[in-house]
Ligand binder design. Structure first.
Ligand code: GLA
Length: 386
């Protein structure tokens, strides 16, 4: 992934648009535990990363939005007064956010925009949410509109649901807006209440990028979401009108197993058990019982592989190698699955040697050179300095 020093964003903005920009940033995320629970009204435990999307922006007197992506070397223009149509490329994230901000009643001005990200698209660290949130935050700022972080997160999620066609939950956009330095956030995706869970100095969160991203990710994601909705429809009459899998306990699910086809039962079992694991992991983190947190992370991964079927060969190899590395408490896939990244909980003393053990072994098994780094939870979106 490129570092922020790889690009002098303000100078490049000036070169392209001939004036000084204002600068903003929005982070990607790693999720410690609570996968595929957000769109089931459940619990998640993400942390914002110090890998971010930077947005340089200056207002225009007209209603034109010009967006230049420095990573892709590509530029798009659209008119805020025109009908917004998906272009089926990266620009849909920004077009969608502009359209949803307008739908929500914000009065936007036109703008020249240059974007540079240290998050690679498709790496499973929510580069898309960082792009949506960074662009939305910057556009509201130059339009002199007040920023309500929760509303912004919801608008960006809607942009992705409606405009891009990916029926994601709220986790990625929420953490990009609300990240807290030094802490993960326990988020209740129904009430949208969040509580910071500080990351103890004795542990490190280590992210390993498998460097693969399988194409079926988006269609399989939407299919999983539909299967969860089917489970609710089938369980609801017996359970007195539950509205999401969040409302179902493991005991209830076992008792009503006969109502569900085998596949739908397994999908529901993942979600229901994963919600319980999030709460257990938070209690264990607060009790500094890192071995227990690690076991819950391992169980989360195994459930995602066996019941939810969103793992792949490269994730399995990475998780297996990570679990066997000295000082690892637990390891699992993070994000939607089908490639992307793993997250490991590693003791602080062992974290430095982790990449030297796991990196070469992963390369030998797959032929791919992984990216492995410890992350320090960062703050949510805001003004940036270069
Ligand atoms: C993707 C989605 C999130 C969430 C995760 C799985 O990152 O964007 O909303 O559903 O997958 O936990």
């Amino acid at each position: 992934m490129p570092t922020r020093h790889a690009c002098d964003l303000p100078a490049l903005f000036k070169q392209r648009f001939g004036r000084e920009p204002m600068l903003f940033r929005a982070p990607g995320r790693v999720n410690l535990i609570g996968e595929h629970t957000d769109y089931n009204d459940g619990f998640v435990l993400p942390a914002a990363l110090d890998l971010v999307t930077y947005v340089a922006i200056a207002p225009r007197a007209d209603r034109l939005i010009n967006v230049h992506s420095l990573n892709l070397g590509s530029e798009v223009s659209f008119d805020l007064d025109g009908a917004q149509q998906p272009a089926r490329n990266w620009s849909d994230y920004v077009r969608g956010v502009a359209a949803e901000l307008l739908n929500s009643g914000y009065r936007l001005c036109g703008a020249d925009v240059a974007i540079f990200s240290t998050l690679a698209m498709g790496s499973g660290l929510s580069a898309s949410a960082a792009l949506e949130v960074g662009f939305g935050y910057a556009l509201l700022s130059v339009s002199s509109e007040a920023i309500d972080r929760l509303k912004l997160a919801q608008i960006c999620q809607r942009a992705e649901n409606e405009f891009v066609g990916m029926r994601c939950g709220i986790m990625d956009q929420f953490i990009s807006c609300h990240g807290v330095a030094g802490a993960a956030l326990l988020l209740d995706c129904r009430s949208l209440e969040a509580r910071p869970i500080p990351i103890d100095p004795a542990i490190r969160i280590v992210v390993c990028n498998t460097m693969v991203h399988h194409e079926l990710a988006s269609s399989a994601f939407n299919q999983r979401r539909k299967e969860c909705e089917d489970a609710v429809t089938l369980l609801s009459p017996a359970l007195g009108g539950v509205s999401a899998l969040r409302d179902v306990s493991l005991t209830q699910l076992h008792a009503q197993a006969g109502l569900l086809p085998a596949l739908i039962y397994r999908r529901a079992r993942h979600v229901v058990s994963e919600n319980a694991r999030v709460m257990d992991a938070v209690a264990a983190l607060e009790a500094r019982d890192f071995a227990a947190v690690g076991k819950l992370m391992n169980a989360s991964h195994d459930s995602l592989r066996d019941d939810y079927n969103v793992s792949c060969r490269e994730l399995e190899i990475m998780v297996d190698l990570s679990r066997r590395a000295p000082g690892t408490y637990g390891a699992r896939m993070t994000g939607g699955g089908f490639g992307g990244c793993t997250v490991s909980l590693v003791s602080a003393e062992a974290a430095e040697g982790f990449a030297d053990v796991v990196g070469p072994a992963y390369k030998e098994a797959t032929g791919l050179t992984p990216m492995i780094f410890s992350c320090y939870p960062a703050a949510g979106a805001g003004p940036a300095h270069f």
